[in-house]
Design a binder for this molecule. Structure first.
Ligand code: HEC
Ligand code: HEC
Ligand SMILES: [Ca+2]
Ligand SMILES: [Ca+2]
Ligand SMILES: [Ca+2]
Length: 466
């Protein structure tokens, strides 16, 4: 392999020498690598595919047995659940948000808010009452009596959905230093047709389904490496803090570092998946045996055995751990390179951390010991009042969000047919998403507002290369 690579360098060098001879001033020739390392966003799990399937491809470095397990998980991720009793995939509801994982995580990508006149599909609303600290010093969200942790807007026959949501947008305009006007859309949510009155002091958090590729790599980042970026009291004075969330770990029965979800509110992918079955689909697993409708008069039956087996929970977890990360494109394009410099200069990289080295994730060698480029620190940041949901989630305050990874963001249009970004999908494009940044990212946003049009275009070209 090494020989082959050297040979390749040689051939490339010779051909460059030949072309160099044509020009006026021949330049010294360095061997150039076949792939730039910066293209390999997911290390050895990277795939070179920029098609509409870019988020749905198994990591190319899986063993044959691992690939088989991944493909079993793929089938379960797409499985449509129905009302019990049924032969295949029973247990749906009685109240739920959607009938399969893939219905929300469309093409393993991201969801969006509904269009005018459309019902909720891949946007859901977490609910809670103002929290109090528990005996162990944790801050779990307090479920709302009769509604639990989330508004379940769909229900099986003869059962009432918990309610509906009316979304109205208002527009505000921001003018950049060079006089360009950018429109920002601000959502207003009203919970309607609730099956019983909601308490006055209910807290509501809108969240769209994020993409599910590359997640095993994020799970494999050593905790120390994440905590190294935490700077809760901004000791280095750069205006950016970065705070770890500590969330309830149902497997370990203690509080551990949160990594997944828009507020880093889930500690592991296994728990995230089990919670999705439970909260989003009304399906019990060994991890969460209590139906999401518990405590409601409309819950008549309660299965004594998990509605989804541990085998299925295993393979679905493995599936979201082992989806490949798409490679970057156009890394050597001068505009993209310029944009990358501006990204660093505007301090974007302080939160959207470009590079991590993964440790060992037990049972998942393909994501272990990889150099990756996720553009996240997995920490919480105060993003200001404009983005606040005012619903704390464990240690995340009402205005704190986890930095989302930016890898693959340039392919969202291709895969999902939209460019709705941020936790509630309010942004209709990358620039709108950036211009919502406030709080700790205030200086970053101001830097972007001060940029010339050419610089803003370069920044976007860089993001689109991810
Ligand atoms: C109703 C829509 C919906 C359904 C159905 C759904 N999800 Fe999700 N999923 C979401 C939302 C919204 C989030 C973000 C949750 C949060 O921030 O708390 C999410 C988060 C995730 C994450 C974490 C992603 C990240 O980057 O942190 C994983 C993994 C995931 N879901 C897997 C699944 C699996 C597996 C299923 C099926 C068992 C499923 N989801 C069903 C909407 C859905
Ligand atoms: C203080 C930390 C911080 C800084 C600095 C920062 N971001 Fe972010 N970024 C976030 C967080 C947190 C979110 C999620 C906010 C939300 O969804 O409400 C986000 C969201 C985004 C998104 C949308 C991602 C998605 O999945 O929807 C983009 C694009 C983005 N940032 C780009 C940038 C760029 C470009 C810069 C520099 C100009 C920047 N960010 C600076 C923390 C930061
Ligand atoms: Ca059920
Ligand atoms: Ca509920
Ligand atoms: Ca700091």
């Amino acid at each position: 392999m090494k020989h082959f690579q050297n040979l390749l360098y040689l051939i490339l060098s010779v051909s460059i020498l030949l072309t160099a001879c044509d020009s006026e001033s021949p330049v010294a020739v360095e061997p150039i690598p076949v792939f730039s390392t910066s293209e390999l966003s997911g290390g050895e799990t990277t795939i070179f595919d920029a098609s509409s399937h870019a988020f749905s491809i198994p990591a190319p470095n899986l063993s044959e047995a691992a690939l088989e397990k991944h493909l079993e998980g793929d089938v379960e991720f797409e499985a449509v659940f129905v009302t019990a009793p049924a032969v295949v995939n029973p247990g749906l509801g009685p109240i739920y948000n959607n009938v399969s994982c893939i219905n929300c995580h469309s093409r393993d990508g991201r969801g969006r808010p509904p269009d005018a006149g459309e019902g909720l599909v891949s946007l859901l609303f977490r609910l809670s009452l103002p929290k109090t600290e528990d005996a162990m010093g944790g801050k779990p969200p307090t479920p709302v009596p009769g509604f639990g942790r989330q508004l379940n807007n769909r229900a099986i026959v003869d059962t009432n959905p918990e309610g509906k949501v009316k979304i109205e947008y208002t527009e505000q305009t921001l003018t950049t230093a060079d006089g360009t006007r950018v429109h920002l859309r601000y959502p207003n949510y009203t919970l309607t047709e609730t099956y019983q009155p909601l308490p006055e002091n209910v807290e509501v958090s809108p969240r769209v389904a994020p993409a599910v590729f590359g997640l095993g790599l994020l799970e494999a980042i050593p905790e120390d490496a994440i905590l190294a970026y935490a700077d809760e009291n901004d000791a280095d004075g750069d205006g950016i803090s970065g705070k770890p969330n500590y969330v309830w770990n149902a497997i370990e029965q203690r509080y551990t570092l949160g990594r997944f979800g828009w507020k880093a509110n889930q500690p592991t992918l296994r728990q995230q998946v089990a919670a999705a079955y439970n909260d989003d689909m009304g399906i019990t697993t060994s991890l969460f045996m209590v139906e999401n409708a518990a405590g409601q008069s409309q819950l008549t039956e309660h299965s004594a055995t998990p509605e989804v087996s541990d085998e299925i929970l295993d393979v679905v977890t493995f599936y979201v751990q082992t989806l490949a990360v798409p490679a970057r494109r156009n890394v050597d394009n001068p505009q993209v390179k310029h944009g990358e410099q501006l990204f660093a200069k505007a301090q974007c990289a302080s939160c959207h951390v470009p590079t991590f080295r993964t440790g060992i994730l037990k049972g998942v060698p393909s994501v272990s010991n990889q150099t990756i480029h996720p553009y996240t620190d997995l920490l919480l940041h105060d993003m200001g009042p404009g983005l606040a949901d005012n619903r704390p989630d464990f240690h995340a305050s009402g205005s704190e969000w986890r930095t989302p990874p930016l890898w693959g963001i340039g392919l969202v249009q291709r895969v999902n047919g939209h460019t709705n970004f941020l936790h509630d999908g309010r942004a209709r494009g990358l620039m709108e998403a950036i211009l919502w940044h406030g709080g700790e990212a205030e200086a970053s946003r101001q830097a972007v507002e001060q940029m010339s049009k050419a610089e803003r275009d370069a920044l976007i070209a860089f993001l689109e290369s991810l």
